[in-house]
Design a protein around this ligand. Structure first.
Ligand code: SAT
Ligand code: MN
Length: 629
């Protein structure tokens, strides 16, 4: 192997620990690395061992080439500023490759543009790989990162190898995944065909004659994020940002993950996982799916405003959910190892637990910098007097534009979270009692309602809509369909995905299914004021969920056409001043008739042939209930 590298491109192998290098990997992975090396021609290879010493090397390199600046106000924290063209996921450049297009995306009605993902042919994907990646790592270090999603070796965990030419990505992968030696050893004992291969390049080779280092190389014109589920292959070019480049996250854990989950009978979802212990009751775990930048991180680490409740966080973004034959329940793991949260809006008032987590061992991206060596963003408490602010472009802040980018992020190890759940690394996962769907709905959608059945709950997930956020390239505040909060992350045809959810009771005999709810913290009154305080007061809503889960207590619920809604006095509003719970819980019939029409139109337009019959049936029953009033 060594000689092959030297023969082909003179790559210098940098292997930090003898005996645990690339030569220790299984054959298929070695071949993958060799082929990628031959195509991309890096000057060096760095096989990541995941050690602290290695992280220090990454940090030093990024400081010297200007990718990051240190934040002396905190402990081991840094700030990266990206190229302003590379600040969010690019959904329009993200595709899935299957032989048959219909396996990837539903066929829309004639004349309708499909909005449920992008398909690319195998030929086109091969062509992009061979042209875009040819020589793209010239003059650069190629990092090889063996990683595990979920506790290494666990029954719900999966492994991958990421190749990248970005030191920032290698460092972030060390926070967001379990990476290094422990995993590469495990790879030899596992089925090689199950290891997901993830190739990434920022798409800018280094020219030895260039004078100034480019602190954030990227190639926006040529950016593409491609997936081939059949080969468990992810190939990403041109972007160094978040979900485009940390391939273990959305690309593996959700897109490829959902295809594996489909074939193995489980669910890979865009959901937080949290434990809730009520004052005298039993601890329960729930999952919740909201679109990107709708407060999943805030809910996952909520500080209850009502005393006596205990919240513990398992994960804030992704859940792998599998039937456990012993408990007959769904159990979930958080496949990630870190938190990649939206910074703007995070404060001691909105999310004190995040604020206790992120000023240690954290990499910030596109936040503002303060003159006392800290960070700042919109929504954070004011800086001390005399402290000045440099905006996310690195210029003195002129206060006319945001100081921090709206999709600015913090990337912190999950273990630093003071309320991390004691079972967060349990290889078998935690038992799930309820699933919450939600989104930003300024109008019509009650604070909370509960589905009548699993199948009705699936319809609620499928009809989810939310105001667009800064996590992707969409502009404005229009309400968009985001079924299951998975629209940007489906790895296969959404119609088949719905069917897979519907099949759960059939696939797992005797399963005690989680109860399904829909929440909306974002409803506004006619004069534009929030109807619900949100944040720490959301515990009042979670308390109702727990009571419904524990006893199906009908005395606390009212049946409405759209589902069970809390009886007004069953939500504790003690200590809240101007909350109009009646309005927050109301189910306006005309709004809901429209909602059904737009839901029906969505299915008819987007997947006339792939919508499962059960969905049409659920829609029909919902319509009937509403008409009866
Ligand atoms: O940029 S990420 O995809 O990692 C974050 C998100 O959109 O949820
Ligand atoms: Mn997310």
């Amino acid at each position: 192997l060594f000689s092959r590298f030297f023969n082909f491109n003179n790559a210098k192998l940098m292997i930090f620990k003898r005996g645990h290098g690339i030569e220790s990997l299984p054959e298929k992975m070695r071949q993958y690395i060799i082929t990628t090396c031959e195509l991309t021609t890096p000057k060096e290879i760095h096989f990541c061992d995941g050690s602290e010493k290695e992280m220090k090397i990454f940090i030093k390199k990024m400081m010297s080439d200007g990718t990051i600046v240190p934040l002396p106000k905190y402990c081991n924290c840094y700030l990266a500023r990206t190229d302003p063209r590379d600040v969010a996921r690019v959904e329009s450049k993200t595709s899935i490759t299957t032989k048959d297009k219909r396996d990837t995306i539903p066929e829309p009605a004639e004349g309708v543009v499909g909005k449920l993902g992008n398909w690319m042919s195998p030929e086109e994907m091969d062509c992009h790989i061979n042209t875009k990646f040819k020589g793209c790592m010239k003059g650069k270090i190629m990092y090889v990162i063996p990683f595990s999603m979920g506790p290494p070796g666990g029954p719900l965990s999966k492994m991958g190898i990421q190749i990248t030419d970005s030191t920032y990505v290698a460092a972030a992968a060390g926070v967001m995944t379990r990476m290094g030696e422990k995993v590469s050893k495990l790879m030899n004992e596992s089925n090689q065909n199950e290891i997901v291969r993830c190739t990434h390049s920022v798409g800018v080779p280094e020219d030895s004659s260039s004078k100034k280092p480019n602190p954030w190389p990227c190639n926006p014109e040529k950016t593409l994020i491609m997936h081939k589920p059949d080969e468990k292959l992810i190939v990403s070019f041109g972007s160094g940002y978040g979900g485009n480049s940390l391939l273990g996250k959305k690309c593996f854990a959700l897109r490829i993950g959902s295809t594996i989950a489909k074939s193995e009978g489980w669910l890979a979802e865009h959901m937080l996982i949290m434990g809730i212990t009520p004052p005298k009751g039993e601890k329960k775990y729930i999952c919740a799916a909201f679109p990107s930048a709708c407060g999943k991180t805030n809910l996952a680490m909520l500080t209850p405003k009502v005393p006596g409740y205990k919240i513990e966080c398992v994960g804030d973004d992704i859940a792998w959910i599998k039937f456990n034959p012993k408990t007959k329940m769904f159990h979930a793991i958080n496949p990630e190892n870190g938190i990649f949260g939206v910074a703007p809006g995070t404060s001691c008032a909105s999310n004190p637990n995040a604020m206790r987590t992120i000023f240690k061992d954290t990499m910030f991206t596109n936040t503002a910098l303060t003159s006392d060596g800290g960070v700042w963003w919109e929504g954070m408490e004011d800086v001390d007097e005399g402290v000045t602010i440099i905006d996310w472009h690195g210029k003195p802040w002129d206060r006319k534009k945001p100081a921090s980018h709206p999709n600015a992020r913090f990337c912190a190890p999950a273990r630093n979270l003071p309320i991390i759940d004691p079972n967060w690394e349990s290889p078998d996962g935690v038992p799930i009692s309820a699933i919450l769907f939600g989104g930003r709905r300024p109008e019509g959608v009650p604070l909370i309602y509960q589905s009548f059945s699993w199948e009705h709950g699936v319809l609620i997930g499928a009809m989810m809509r939310s105001e667009a956020t800064a996590a992707a390239e969409h502009k404005g505040k229009n309400v968009m369909n985001d079924p299951f909060a998975m629209r940007p992350f489906f790895g296969y045809n959404f119609g088949h995905y719905i069917q897979h959810w519907l099949d759960m009771p059939k696939l797992h005999e005797g399963i005690k299914l989680p109860k399904i709810f829909h929440v909306n913290w974002f409803r506004k009154s006619k004069d534009g004021k929030w109807l619900w305080p949100g944040y720490g007061d959301n515990i009042r809503v979670l308390d109702w969920v727990l009571r419904r889960v524990s006893s199906d207590d009908d005395s606390i619920a009212v049946k409405t056409p759209i589902g069970f809604v809390p009886k007004e006095d069953s939500i504790n509003v003690e200590g809240l001043s101007d909350v109009n719970l009646k309005e927050a819980l109301s189910v306006p019939v005309d709004f809901w008739k429209q909602e059904i029409e737009s839901g029906t139109k969505y299915f008819c337009d987007q997947m006339p042939k792939d919508t499962p019959d059960q969905m049409w049936k659920e829609l029909k029953e919902l319509r009937k209930r509403l008409e009866k009033g």
